[in-house]
Design a binder for this molecule. Structure first.
Ligand code: C5P
Length: 222
């Protein structure tokens, strides 16, 4: 049994995709099962933390002991995240947030008319960057980076530009990660890195939570 090293600590985790409505029956979204975020929430509860899970639309049951807030869009996820951060010690952005939303979703279903359909898109807020730059910033902010190439370069750039304390990166698009029960992660922080080899997401989540806990205790003396 693992000692409750995060007793008394509040952890907020975003998970799953966001869906951005096009009309009442269609949406824009990303591939994401939510499994990694939910596994992290379970691992955080095991470590003794108080856990809030802000989840996009997924087909997963809530891990025991977790407070779950369901959202659909990036805008909703952003506002829930900003409401949670004041009392938060560790924030983990695991959600696959849609980068854009439709400027004016149609109130009725679009009908096909053999013409090209144009959608005007607006960039969504970067939730984790906003959390990491907030006045009451959690002591640790951890992001994810799913990349199809140049994993290290892209991940390290995101670590810096989003002002994160740690980023967990993985290669996607070999048909392996989305919805899969296994994954491998390359974890970067400003002056180090660690490889977490291919393992079930539940195990990987425990290993990542151990790494986060180590860094949290090294950084935070309160
Ligand atoms: O820039 P990119 O989407 O690759 O960054 C991924 C990281 O940023 C993840 O931690 C994801 O949860 C977070 N993110 C976010 N809000 C966005 C886009 C990404 O929190 N609008």
């Amino acid at each position: 049994l693992r000692p409750p090293r995060l007793a008394g600590k509040q952890i907020v985790i975003t998970a799953g995709p966001t869906f951005e409505p096009i009309d009442p029956v269609r949406f824009l979204g990303n591939h994401s099962s939510g499994k990694m975020g939910f596994a992290l929430a379970a691992a955080a509860v095991d470590a003794g933390a108080t856990v809030t899970l802000i989840s996009g639309p997924v087909n997963l049951s809530t891990p025991k002991g977790v407070t779950r807030i369901d959202v659909t869009t990036a805008t909703q996820m952003y506002s829930q995240a900003m409401q949670c951060i004041e009392a938060c010690h560790i924030f983990i952005g695991c959600a696959a947030v849609a980068d854009y939303r439709v400027a004016q979703p149609a109130s009725q279903k679009h009908k096909k008319n053999s013409q090209p359909l144009s959608l005007s898109l607006i960039e969504n807020p970067d939730i984790i960057a906003a959390v990491a730059s907030a006045e009451h910033r959690p002591a640790m902010v951890i992001g994810f980076a799913a990349e199809t190439e140049n994993l290290a370069t892209y991940a390290k750039t995101k670590l810096k530009t989003k002002k994160l304390d740690m980023i967990a990166a993985n290669l996607v698009a070999q048909g392996k990660v989305f919805g899969s029960d296994q994954n491998a992660l390359q974890v970067y922080w400003p002056d180090g890195e660690r490889q977490l080899p291919l393992a079930p997401k539940t195990r990987l989540a425990q290993d990542l939570m151990d790494l986060i806990t180590e860094h949290y205790h090294a950084k935070d003396t309160t």
